[in-house]
Design a protein around this ligand. Sequence first.
Ligand code: CP
Length: 309
Amino acid sequence: MMKKQSIVSIDNLSKQEILSLLEDAAWFEQHPNHKILDGKVIATLFFEPSTRTRLSFETAVNRLGGRIIGFSDPAATSTSKGETLKDTIKMVSNYVDLIVMRHYLEGAAQYATEVTDVPIINAGDGAHQHPSQTMLDLYSIYKTQGRLDDITVTMVGDLKYGRTVHSLLQALSHFRVKFNFVACDELRMPREFITFCKENHIDFTESTDFSEEVINNSDIIYMTRVQRERFADLAEYDRVKDLYTLHNAMLDGSRENVRILHPLPRVNEINVDVDDNPKAYYFQQAKNGLFARQAMICKCLGINPKQNN
Ligand code: CP
């Protein structure tokens, strides 16, 4: 039996562990219904809305033969009567083998690991981290490019509040990747991540202009939604929400291998005329989440999928 573990942040995983999870995700893509979670119960506790993350985690468990409990609306739980996060986590820990949780507060998943011995997977905490999204993003990049080294990744939109770009940047720092950060001044990549790039000798550019040159020199264009729910001032949100929209014609001079990624949901960042372009990959990307999450669930439960084959 492998060791059980929580995954709160992508930097809980070494490069070797990331590569091993990608290998397992590829294995699950070939064996999505492998019944290795018989007798396991997994909780999905979603204190914030979700479509893909919750449903793909639940599908992952169902396909592997485990059982799911949980909630998607905290208003229907005793949280609405004033029960604390600590008490909720301790209670649910009495019933399950693994907790997958999303919370609007940064640090909530880390806090949960401090009040229970049951492993936790962070399914997003505020503007902080979204490591399972990162694993499916890495898997999508690897599948479409055939490598994670020597690629140019352009991140566009809300680089301030977008937790997916923060996690992805940290994960890709293990590989030789050049980044273009395209955002307006209000939503630029936070200083701590710019410092991180400098300290780790990561090649990057910062620009407010989503230019033809940037598009045509990218292998991955990672569009992001402006995170309305993180703005204290909605007038500021209205000012910046539609600054970057990718249209199909903007891809005319792009590389053959370029793929458009987006963690979804999209609002106005990608025009629907991109959807039929073979370079659009965001729906397949979301499908890859099923396999990446099957791999993560097994890792956190200490199960090696191949040994149980
Ligand atoms: N990408 C993502 O986290 O989507 P959901 O918010 O729908 O889970």
